[in-house]
Ligand binder design. Structure first.
Ligand code: ZN
Length: 220
């Protein structure tokens, strides 16, 4: 009955539009270490040098509004919530001052089972809006999740999160521009294991410069 749930939510959204204002939400202006979440000014790895990607997080998961938008987007079919999340990401990317024309957005894929249950990939929805706002190309077919995994949110121990996603991604199709820098896009980052695992697969396929971009990171 997912289609019914999604339709009802879509109707509710149409009748009672949400407050999508991002004012008052603190937007960051640096990169972070994907392992320990330390701030990395000037995109310099100063702590965990062997990590597979930089973490770029627009804001903190402690922002109540953001947490609510993400949750409703993922679990309540509220696809319109992708819009304020993309607004936050666009503002953050401007703060980072990256040469965006050199980047390609690769949304973190869902397993086919999860995609069927949800009906859409929330990261892909956000990626498409970023393309619309900033003109960055999106390549949704590059990365594939080859194994269904338990939701990371259900696992508390970091070690369990690492094991849960180990080897679950592969690169299925190389983009036309093989030298593109990659913005790997996910909704949130908690332990960083999903981003690290996906970045590992991209590195194996030859990509060098990978940024794991999320709307919000847990912790500091
Ligand atoms: Zn670190």
């Amino acid at each position: 009955m997912d289609w019914l749930k999604n339709t009802v939510n879509w109707l509710l959204e149409a009748i009672f539009p949400n407050n999508y204002s991002v004012s008052g939400i603190k937007i960051s202006d640096t990169f972070f270490c994907v392992v320990c979440k330390a701030r990395l000014p000037n995109q310099k790895k100063i702590c965990h040098k062997d990590s597979h990607c930089y973490l770029a997080a627009a804001t903190s998961y402690r922002e109540q509004k953001v947490r609510d938008w993400v949750w409703r987007l993922k679990y309540r079919g509220a696809t319109g919530n992708a819009r304020p999340l993309a607004t936050l990401l666009a503002a953050y990317l401007k703060n980072l001052n990256l040469p965006l024309e050199k980047y390609l957005i690769v949304p973190v894929p869902l397993s086919s089972q999860r995609f069927r249950e949800r009906g859409y990939n929330q990261s892909e929805l956000i990626a498409d809006l970023l393309k619309e706002k900033l003109g960055i190309e999106v390549a949704s077919d590059v990365l594939v999740r080859i194994r269904h995994t338990a939701p990371q949110a259900e696992l508390n121990e970091p070690k369990k999160r690492v094991n849960n996603v180990a080897g679950c991604f592969t690169v299925s199709e190389l983009p036309k521009n093989k030298r593109a820098k990659i913005i790997l896009l996910d909704d949130v980052c908690t332990s960083g294991s999903t981003l690290q695992e996906a970045a590992k697969a991209l590195k194996k396929a030859g990509f060098k410069n990978i940024i794991g971009l999320v709307v919000a990171k847990a912790g500091q």
